[in-house]
Design a protein around this ligand. Structure first.
Ligand code: HEM
Length: 263
C-alpha cells in the first residue's frame, strides 16, 4: 500500500490534465493570497523600512561573502531546524510536520505531472507521498492535541477551535483524507474511496484557498525575518535593540519552581 500511486488509478476517473490544472490553481492561490496579505497588512513595507532604519546604526559594513555566509547559516540552522522553537517537543513536532508536508507536496507534484498518464511511478515516490502524509499527521496531531499554547498553557480543551487553527486543521485534513483515500482506493472500497477523495479535494481547497486568513504564509515570513535578524546581529545594528546586559542572569530561585509555560 505504501508504494501504491493513488494518482495513477485516479487518472482512470479524472483526466491527468485536470489534476495538473488543479495543482497550478493551488500554487496561484498561494501566490495571490500571500501578495494580498502583504498589501493588506503592509508587513513587508514595515519589514524593509525597519531594516533600512536599522542599517543606519550598523557598526560595520558586511561584505557580500559575509552576508552569504550569514544567510547560508540561517538557512541551515534557523530555518531547516526551526531553531526558534528551542530544544524540545515543540521543535520536534514542527520539524516532523514541516518535512512531512514538504515530502507530501513535492511527491504529489511529481506523481501528478509525471506519473498520472499510465506510466509506472518508481516505488520510492509513492513511498515519499505516504511517509510525508504520515509525518505531517504525527507532528500535526501531536501539536494539536498536546502542544498548542491555548491547550498546553491556557487549559482550553483540545476541541476548542478558533480561526487561528484554520492552517493546522486544513493541513491535517489534507494528510489524513489523502491517506484514507489512498488506502480505500488501494483496497477497492470504491464508495469510501470516492468519499475520501472529495474530502481530500475540499481540504486542499480550504488549505490553499484560506491562505489569506490562515497562518500559511508564516512559512515565507519566518525565514525572511530570521535572515534579517541574523544580518542585523552580524552588522551590529541589532534591529536598534540594546545589547544583552553584561551581567549574570540572576532571576532568583523562584524561576526554578516550574517550567515557563504561561505565555
Ligand atoms: C512547509 C513548511 C512549514 C509547515 C508545513 C509548517 C507548519 C506549521 C504548523 C502546522 C504550525 C502550527 C500553527 C498553529 O499555531 O496553529 C506551525 C507553527 C510554527 N511554525 Fe511552521 N511550518 C513550516 C515552515 C516554518 C518555517 C520555515 C519556520 C521558521 C523558520 C516556522 C516556524 C514556526 C513557528 C515558530 C511556529 C509556532 C509554533 C508553536 O506555537 O509551537 N515554520 N508551523
Amino acid at each position: 500500500m505504501f508504494t501504491y500511486n493513488p494518482f495513477s488509478d485516479l487518472a482512470l476517473l479524472v483526466p491527468a490534465i485536470a489534476m495538473q490544472v488543479f495543482v497550478i490553481a493551488m500554487i496561484l492561490l498561494v501566490v495571490a493570497s500571500t501578495v494580498l496579505d502583504m498589501v493588506h497588512k503592509k508587513n513587508v513595507i514595515y519589514f524593509f523600512r525597519n531594516a533600512k532604519k536599522a542599517k543606519k546604526s550598523a557598526k560595520k559594513e558586511l561584505s557580500t561573502g559575509t552576508k552569504t555566509a550569514v544567510i547560508l547559516k540561517t538557512v541551515a540552522h534557523d530555518i531547516a531546524t526551526t531553531s526558534e522553537l528551542g530544544m524540545g517537543k515543540r521543535r520536534i513536532a514542527h520539524v516532523l510536520g514541516m518535512y512531512g508536508t514538504i515530502l507530501f507536496w513535492i511527491s504529489s507534484v511529481i506523481l501528478i505531472f509525471n506519473y498520472s498518464d499510465g506510466s509506472t511511478a518508481p516505488s520510492y515516490l509513492a513511498l515519499m507521498w505516504h511517509v510525508g502524509a504520515l509525518m505531517t499527521c504525527l507532528g500535526g496531531y501531536w501539536f494539536w492535541f498536546f502542544l498548542r499554547v491555548d491547550v498546553s498553557a491556557e487549559a482550553h480543551p483540545w476541541y476548542r477551535i478558533i480561526t487561528a487553527d484554520l492552517f493546522v486543521l486544513a493541513l491535517l485534513s489534507c494528510a489524513t483524507f489523502g491517506l484514507a483515500w489512498s488506502y480505500t482506493q488501494f483496497s477497492n472500497n470504491i464508495g469510501l474511496s470516492y468519499l475520501f477523495l472529495i474530502l481530500y479535494i475540499v481540504s486542499n481547497l480550504i488549505l490553499f484557498g484560506g491562505v489569506y486568513w490562515s497562518k500559511f504564509a508564516h512559512m515565507f515570513y519566518k525565514p525572511g525575518a530570521a535572515i534579517q535578524k541574523n544580518l542585523a546581529e552580524a552588522d551590529g545594528s541589532r534591529d536598534n535593540l540594546p545589547p544583552p546586559a553584561d551581567a549574570p542572569e540572576q532571576f532568583g530561585l523562584g524561576i526554578k519552581r516550574e517550567q515557563p509555560k504561561h505565555y
